[in-house]
Design a protein around this ligand. Structure first.
Ligand code: UDP
Length: 362
């Protein structure tokens, strides 16, 4: 079994790390399975890409398509053209894509048109929000995949509603959480910990990169001012995504509590999250990690494709509203942490299940 694994962006790197480990384990047990790793180059900044390969011990990609940035269509098209050439030169039995970025959809289409089977890891999740490029990527990828690996029974149900053959749907758990469990013992204090006088639970982590929060500079500045005030005696550590940084430009206002830092590597970021008082974010992946770590998470979005982080986990969907954030956060300060749990099969073994299924063992 020859698998081509595709990864293009930060959350992809975190998801492929345990899958590669599971393949290597099978190889050591004597299974006939090999992989070729293709980096599309969608994220290319060192701290969104190379750092993750180093820290998570992901092997050097066999090939980097180096597509870099572009509009949605320019980037998707560039990935398709380059990936078709790569696949024709290196034919395989299965292309494995993860998540919901442009690389996920573009490479799935290319593989399918070359009659190569496609496996989609994190299939079936839906926000219902067609203004999100990720939602379009999910729907297109799930309309042509051959293996659907899901993180929840809800995601499996979504696929069934779309008419997906149930024999192709496999509820396996969450590879992002595999990575979390595999690395929790390695997490490390960031180098600014002392400088900013951070202590366990005396700070909030903030991440923002979705267009609805960051594309309008005026709104973004208002949001940051509101967070600076609601934090009161807590510090706010804000690893700023390049997309958000580009919008703020040089016009960054003065804040009492907010510390702007570079996007963090995985080990420092998870250290920061695990020891934080709370997280304010518009990321989907972070709402999964905070669920497992039991850290209160406030999501600045109108919808989520990961409802289990709300119903079972620690996530509260705030909406894109400063007023709602202020109200919800102050009620959290009054009432404290909610009781929460860990979703089914988020046990660190999802990747092993995936590889067993691909090898036809289960
Ligand atoms: N992350 C990180 N450093 C940071 C911010 C995020 O390592 O400074 C990791 C974190 O583990 C998270 C993942 O990147 O799960 C999510 O990335 P992003 O917010 O880009 O993607 P999304 O979850 O929104 O798709």
């Amino acid at each position: 079994m020859k698998i081509t694994i595709v990864a293009g962006a930060r959350p992809n790197f975190i998801k492929i790390a345990p899958i590669i480990k599971a393949i290597e384990k099978k190889q050591n047990e004597g299974a006939t399975i090999s992989f070729r790793l293709v980096h599309t180059g969608q994220h290319y900044d060192k701290n969104l890409s190379a750092t993750f390969f180093e820290e998570l011990n992901i092997p050097e990609p066999n090939c980097n398509l180096e597509v870099k940035s572009g509009s949605q269509s320019v980037q998707t098209a560039a990935i398709m053209v380059a990936f078709e050439e790569e696949l024709l030169e290196n034919l395989c039995d299965l292309v494995l894509v993860v998540g919901d970025v442009n690389s996920t959809m573009a490479c799935a289409i290319v593989a399918k048109k070359l009659n190569i089977k496609v496996a989609h890891v994190e299939a079936g999740i839906r926000s219902g929000d067609m203004t999100m490029p990720e939602e379009i990527n999910r729907i297109v990828t799930d309309s042509i995949s051959d293996y659907f690996f899901t993180t929840s029974t809800w995601a499996s149900e979504n696929l069934i509603q779309y008419g997906t053959d149930t024999s192709k749907i496999h509820f396996v758990g969450n590879v992002m959480i595999d990575t979390l469990y595999q690395n929790l013992h390695r997490i490390t204090k960031p180098n600014f910990w002392e400088e900013y006088q951070l202590e366990t639970e005396n700070y909030i982590i903030l991440t923002l990169h979705r267009p609805s929060n960051v594309d309008e500079e005026q709104f973004l500045n208002k949001l940051l001012l509101a967070i600076d005030i609601l934090a009161k005696d807590k510090k706010v550590v804000f690893p700023i995504h390049p997309r958000t940084k580009a919008i703020l430009g040089t016009s960054v206002l003065e804040f009492k509590n907010i510390h702007f830092v570079e996007p963090q590597g995985y080990l420092a970021f998870m250290y920061l999250v695990k020891n934080s008082f709370a997280v304010i974010t518009d990321s989907g992946g972070i709402s999964e990690e905070t669920t497992v770590l039991g850290i209160p998470c406030f999501t600045l979005r109108e919808n989520t494709e990961r409802p289990e982080t709300q119903t079972i986990g620690t996530n509260t969907l705030v909406g894109v509203s400063i007023q709602k954030l202020e109200d919800i956060y102050s009620s959290f300060l009054e009432n404290g942490k909610r009781k929460s749990g860990i979703p089914e099969l988020w046990d660190g073994k999802a990747s092993e299940r995936i590889i067993s299924i691909i090898l036809g063992e289960k």
